[in-house]
Each structure stands twice: as C-alpha cells, then as structure tokens.
Design a protein around this ligand. Structure first.
Ligand SMILES: Cc1ncc(COP(=O)(O)O)c(C=O)c1O
Length: 281
C-alpha cells in the first residue's frame, strides 16, 4: 500500500505530490499543522485536533476552508486509500502560493495538504523502561500556543537530544520547565500530577488533555504549576505525552536519575489507561 497525499482537493500517491516553490509555507513557514494518529482505522481525538487547527489558523489570520465533517471525511478517505489501520496523518495549511513578499498577498487560496503514512509506534521496551531527556534553553518565539510551521528551534533541540543519545529535549524558559521539543511534560510530586501552566509559551496538547481527563476520572488531582528545573529533578515521577508517544516515562533528566530510576506507579497507570482509551475508539 502506498503512502497517500492530499493536496487542494485531490488524493494521490504521496510521491506524486508537488508543491510550488512559491508556497509561503516553504518560503516563510507561513502556515500551521497538526498530527493525528489513527488506531485501528479510527482517527483519534480528531475533533480536538480540528479545533486546535482552526484556532491556530485564526491566530495567524489564515482563512480556514474546511468544515469539521469534511475534515473527518478527508481523514477517513485518506486512511482508507492508504490501507493503514495504524496511521500517522500530517495536516498542513499554508497561506498559499504567491511571489515572495512578506505581507499577505491578495486573492490567494490557502494550500491544504495531508499525508497518510503508517504509524511506527515506539518500541515497547522504551515505553516500559522509560527514556532519558536533557534540558535546553527555550529560544522559541512568544506564541508557542500556535502549532505553526516555525519549528527550527524544535529541530535544533531535538538534534541536540539525539546527539546526547537521549529521547527528548525539554525547553526551559526563565528557569521554568515549559514542554518538550515534540511533547508536553508532567511530573508527580507528593502523589499529585503537575504540568506546566497553559499560556502563550506552550502548546495545549491533545494528549495532555486526555491524560488530565483520565487522571481526574480516577479521582486524581492535576495542577497546572510553575515547574522549576529543581522540581523536575526532585520529582517522584516524570513523563512525556504526545500524539506519537502517548504516555512515555522519563527516568533521567540531564544525566540525573529520577527517583529510583524506574517508571513510577502513576505513570504506568496512566500509560495503561491511555492504551485502554485508544483501544476502545
Ligand atoms: C511542541 C509540542 N508540544 C506538545 C506536543 C504534544 O501535543 P499533542 O499531544 O497534541 O500531540 C507536541 C506534539 O507534536 C509538540 O510539538
């Protein structure tokens, strides 16, 4: 089965899709994106991803051309054409194609692009044993709540993590823990779940919200908090969440072992809870 692409109204094999060199996504990063994961053919939490995409579009003043039901149909059609039951769907909208001038061009249509690939989930040993992370200075802009295409700082941070032989880089801004290059972060302190405050410096994660819901359904308290690096290092448990990684335990931060170096009970319970949730979609 081929990877499938969708561009401005047309599905085709992904390799056949060509985008103009004058596309403003290519020239300026003038666009937004989402990543949706499909489990057994079902696009998980698609309404939440749609809502965030619409919000990102609004925040960058990009006219958003897709109704929710059409968005859902596109996801299902692409998945069906790809044949992937476990799918990774990338969705990108840019302001469109026009000769390179910074200001918004008049009378152009947004570029709407989807790709449908097979999801290669993280190896089970990594999910069970946990991963190491490093912290890096957050050199991003002031609107990290927008899922924009401007990911150069994230790319550099992730590369730094890879070169340090760890899974993720965690951004620190003004001494506070913000999020990972491609994930949100939680800690457990005195048995309570904490995650950094939601503001313009952090993406409100779809997985983060699902994990908060799961925890609250189990009667656990979740607090949005200012997390210092010290709080991270002293945490009883640390874990990352995201569409592609689900709930992933962290066992080392900057070379320092978290607690006893094993994934903790709250993390494992939420990891299982999340697995059960997506199995029932
Ligand atoms: C910077 C950043 N934060 C958080 C997340 C997690 O968000 P979600 O759970 O919606 O995938 C991502 C996901 O790609 C991300 O890139």
């Amino acid at each position: 089965m081929p990877d499938i692409g969708y561009l401005n109204g047309r599905f085709s094999p992904l390799v056949e899709i060509a985008i103009s060199p004058d596309d403003r996504g290519f020239l300026f990063g003038d666009g937004i994106y989402e990543v949706v994961r499909a489990y057994h053919g079902v696009p998980a939490f698609w309404e939440e991803h749609y809502t965030r995409l619409v919000r990102s579009a609004k925040e960058i003043r990009l006219p958003f051309p897709i109704e929710p039901q059409d968005f859902h149909s596109l996801l299902l059609t692409g998945l069906q054409q790809s044949g992937y039951a476990e799918g990774k769907i990338y969705i990108q909208l840019t302001r469109g194609v026009a000769p390179r001038e910074h200001g918004f061009p008049l009378n152009i249509e947004p570029t709407v692009f989807f790709s449908f690939r097979e999801m290669n989930a993280l190896p089970i040993e990594k999910m069970k044993q946990g991963v190491k992370v490093i912290t890096v200075p957050d050199i991003r802009w002031d609107r990290c709540d927008i899922k924009s295409l401007n990911l150069l700082p994230n790319v550099l941070a992730k590369q730094e993590a890879q070169e340090a032989n760890v899974f993720e880089a965690i951004f620190l801004r003004g001494g506070l823990v913000i999020e990972g290059a491609t994930s949100n972060i939680f800690i457990v302190k005195n048995g309570q779940l904490q995650t950094p405050e939601r503001n313009n410096f952090v993406l409100s994660g779809v997985t983060q919200q699902q994990v908060i819901n799961l925890a609250q359904e189990k009667g656990k308290e979740v607090r949005f908090a200012e997390l210092t690096l010290d709080a991270l290092l002293q945490a009883e448990e640390v874990f990352l969440v995201g569409t592609t990684i689900e709930v992933l335990p962290v066992v080392k931060v900057d070379g320092q072992t978290i607690h006893n170096g094993n994934p903790g009970p709250e993390t494992c319970a939420l990891q299982q809870g999340f697995a059960d949730l997506v199995a029932q979609l």
